[in-house]
Design a protein around this ligand. Structure first.
Ligand code: C2E
Ligand code: MG
Ligand code: MG
Length: 701
């Protein structure tokens, strides 16, 4: 066809070049439509060629055909193919669409399903969230409003707290309680003396080790006030580390109560072991100390001294000064005693004016002597109460361990016995216990025992001693004096047994027996027309104190038929003075019954003249101790005369008892006292002798 046809343009187309370039680009070959200008007949015939390169030869070959009518079938076929292809494509598109629709429908259904699932899940989550929120709110409220304080502690610093803590620590600013340590909110030291810092570290470490630790703490609130708190510290491990949850309670009030209780208990313990008035150890503590001291002395081979100290005539001081002054005096006495002994020794108060000095660990008895001397010396200086000054003496009984007993009770008892001896020997002295005293005590117990039987066995008898009017020389009455017809000792005087009966309740029974016996006897004598006058019946202190004496007296008067005006009650001065106001009331009742009352042993019992004036008494009996020395003692004469004068002044009858001699009788009579009782006239005699006496009374003086 020619050479260099590449650039030949036919019908505006570079056919060859397009073939060459197309061949290079389409390795698989391609169709090309063009206008073939070189057609021998028809210059511009349309041609279609299939062109394919053959790379190994660097050729591009093509085969083509002119688009003639005979090619219509081919074109038809192409058209048909195209149409078929289009149908196929349309079908494919349709099928795709259907499939897509189906997929979309499925997706729609799935999405609806998923939606509902999601909705449900969301609702669930919302609900959970709500519950969590609600729980959180409840927890928050509980946390904030909890009555107990809640404090969270991290690495020793508080990181949060609730309102209760703020209230407890008296602040409205939470930040004052955060980022601080427990020590910042505490005094420097805890009440037990430990430093707050050290103790808080210790508490922390226990809580960490054991998980939970409860302790009490003395804290300082923000306003500086101090408070007691109880803390339950719980260690909680969290992912951010370790937190200590502290549940805190204000226990200040409880602590104060506890403290008060402790004080009360201590006070009570002190009271249990100490005498309230003087603060000295009492019998309980003494017993304890004595037992300890005995053990120690026995270990160390030493001796112990137990001094039983009784203040002489303390009762008189008490009665004359009043009980308040008496109490003050006892306190001063206690102080002096305490100051006179060593610190290791003990002074205890047993009761009233009785003290015990326990001399601990003495080498020998000489040490005890030295202690006694020191104690006595401490009483040399007079005691001053108000404007009055007194010289006070004491009677001391001493027992020594181990000689006088190996039991505390025995030592005390023996010291007591020795003290009684010291009193009996005239007071103001000390006496060491010895076995003879023990015997005396045993005898005392023996008498007490047989006294019980004496009433049952009717061993008592009443003797009568006449009371005489010196002017007329006639018997005006009798004093009833008890005798005990002892099974082995024979007739014994009251001196042998009456003090023992008076110490116990026995005197009431015995006294009642005397009252009945005397009333019956007097009724008989009066009925016999013997006119024995009045009978004086001795009444002991315990009888006066019993509430039944008046009713017993009334009943006995009634039953015996004895008249009240025949009876005179003889009461020893000291019994009346024991409780004067009570005595006045009681004696008044007796007087109302028509009974006379005489004060026996007058002059020995420190009567207060002020009271004497008020006492509803009828007679004073001058004690025989003044009468017996009338001849030798001008003092006793003066006393006797004074009593007679006093009695007269008060409008009382005065009788001198124990008149033994003519001289005594004459002195008494010349001093203005007409009534006497004594051996000078007659000793006490039995009832038969009284009858005889009364019958012969005109011949007896
Ligand atoms: P008292 O009441 O002072 O009785 C007077 C005591 O002096 C009696 O001793 C009597 O015997 C004694 N006495 C009388 N005249 C003389 C005398 O001239 N010289 C001497 N030395 N003594 C004389 P008694 O009978 O031994 O009684 C002693 C005390 O016993 C009584 O002293 C009285 O306190 C008490 N007593 C006697 N009988 C009873 C009683 O029935 N009940 C109570 N509670 N005590 C009684
Ligand atoms: Mg008497
Ligand atoms: Mg008397």
């Amino acid at each position: 066809m020619g050479k260099n046809r590449l650039d030949v343009v036919s019908n505006h187309q570079f056919i060859i070049r397009d073939i060459v370039v197309g061949g290079k680009l389409n390795v698989e070959g391609f169709f090309m439509n063009y206008t073939a200008s070189y057609h021998p007949i028809d210059n511009d015939r349309q041609k279609v060629s299939f062109i394919r390169p053959i790379p190994q030869f660097e050729w591009v070959v093509g085969t083509g055909t002119y688009l003639l009518e005979e090619n219509n079938a081919f074109l038809e076929r192409e058209k048909m193919l195209k149409a078929k292809m289009q149908t196929t494509i349309a079908n494919l598109v349709l099928i795709s669409l259907v499939i897509m629709c189906l997929i979309m429908a499925m997706m729609f259904i799935i999405s609806i399903k998923l939606r509902s699932l999601l909705d449900r899940y969301e609702n669930h989550l919302l609900l959970n969230n709500k519950q969590i929120k609600e729980q959180k709110r409840v927890f928050e409220t509980l946390y904030q409003k909890s009555a107990d304080g809640i404090w969270l502690l991290k690495e020793g610093l508080f990181i949060d707290c609730n309102e209760a803590i703020m209230k407890m620590f008296k602040t409205e600013h939470k930040k004052r309680l955060i980022n601080v340590t427990l020590v910042d909110l505490s005094p420097e030291f805890q009440p037990d003396g430990q430093s707050s810092f050290e103790k808080s570290q210790w508490m922390n470490s226990i809580a960490s080790k054991e998980g939970v630790h409860k302790f009490e703490w003395y804290a300082k609130a923000c306003d500086g006030s101090l408070l007691w708190i109880s803390v339950v510290m719980t260690t909680i491990i969290m992912n951010k580390g370790q937190i200590q949850h502290c549940s805190v309670r204000d226990i200040t009030v409880r602590k104060a109560l506890e403290e008060e209780n402790k004080k009360q208990k201590k006070l009570l313990m002190h009271q249990v072991e100490h005498d309230i008035l003087t603060g000295l150890p009492n019998r309980n503590l003494l017993q304890d100390r004595l037992t300890q001291a005995m053990k120690k002395a026995s270990r160390d081979g030493r001796v112990l001294g137990v001094m039983f100290v009784d203040i002489d005539k303390f009762k008189n001081i008490n009665d004359s000064l009043g009980h308040d002054a008496g109490d003050i005096l006892l306190k001063v006495i206690a102080k002096r005693m305490q100051n006179s002994i060593r610190e290791t020794d003990t002074v205890a108060r047993l009761s009233g004016d009785e003290f015990i000095v326990l001399l601990d660990g003495c080498k020998d008895v000489n040490d005890i002597f030295t202690a006694i001397k020191k104690l006595v010396a401490s009483f040399q200086e007079p005691f001053v109460i108000g404007n009055e000054s007194f010289k006070i003496t004491m009677s001391i009984g001493v027992s020594v361990y181990p000689n006088d007993g190996e039991l505390a009770s025995k030592l005390l008892k023996n010291a007591d016995i020795a003290m009684y001896k010291a009193k009996a020997q005239g007071r103001n002295r000390y006496i060491f216990f010895d076995q003879a005293m023990n015997q005396e005590t045993n005898e005392h117990l023996e008498i007490e025992k047989s006294l019980h039987k004496a009433l049952e066995n009717k061993e008592f008898v009443v003797y009568y001693q006449p009371q005489v009017n010196l002017k007329s020389g006639k018997i005006v009455g009798f004093e009833a004096l008890l005798r005990w017809n002892h099974p082995t000792k024979g007739l014994t005087s009251p001196a042998y047994f009456i003090h023992i009966a008076e110490e116990s309740e026995l005197i009431i029974e015995i006294g009642n027996w005397v009252i009945r016996e005397v009333m019956n006897q007097f009724k008989i004598w009066h009925d016999k027309g013997l006119y024995p006058g009045k009978v004086a019946i001795n009444i002991a202190g315990k009888q006066l104190e019993s509430n039944h004496l008046i009713s017993f007296m009334l009943q006995s008067l009634k039953e015996s038929g004895c008249k009240a005006e025949w009876i005179e009650l003889e009461i020893v001065e000291r019994f009346i003075m024991k409780d004067t106001s009570k005595s006045i009331a009681l004696l008044k009742r007796f007087r109302e019954l028509g009974l006379d009352i005489s004060i026996d042993d007058f002059g020995t019992g420190h009567s207060s003249l002020a009271y004497l004036k008020q006492l509803p008494i009828t007679k004073l009996k001058i004690d025989q101790s003044f009468v017996q020395n009338l001849e030798n003692s001008s003092e006793d004469r003066a006393i006797a005369r004074t009593i007679i004068e006093l009695g007269r002044g008060l409008g009382l009858v005065v009788l001198a008892e124990g008149v033994e001699s003519k001289a005594q009788k004459e002195f008494i009579y010349s001093s203005g006292c007409e009534l006497i009782q004594g051996y000078v006239f007659s000793k006490p005699v039995d009832a038969n002798s009284v009858e005889e006496m009364l019958r012969n009374q005109s011949h007896m003086l």
